[in-house]
Write a protein that binds this ligand. Sequence first.
Ligand code: FES
Length: 122
Amino acid sequence: MFFKKKTRWYKIFDSAGAAERVVPLYKTDTILVNRRKICIAHTEEGFFAVSDRCPHNGFSLGKGWCTPEQTVVCPLHRYAFDLKTGRAKTGLADYVDTYPIELRPDGIYLGMTETIFTLFGE
Ligand code: FES
């Protein structure tokens, strides 16, 4: 196999408290991770990360809000996307990419899958 998928982890906040100050409960915000715009959403189940670009017409999901049903709502035409699966709840837009979030002792990390080319496997 010459291509291998690997998850690379990026520290996005120093602590849960720091994340809560930036993204209060039921709010969203946009951050830049590895040159990609990511929407961070905060519900009572914790923090979620999805791609920031709404698939309907490209608006920023980080300018929207999230709901107790674990969805992020785009403010432009109010399409909603499931924060766990990325699937659209309404409308014709299909899905947004989702990213895993891990709460570690030294902060909050976001995982991005990368495809790595390898000549000799491993
Ligand atoms: S651009 Fe997001 S719902 Fe239309």
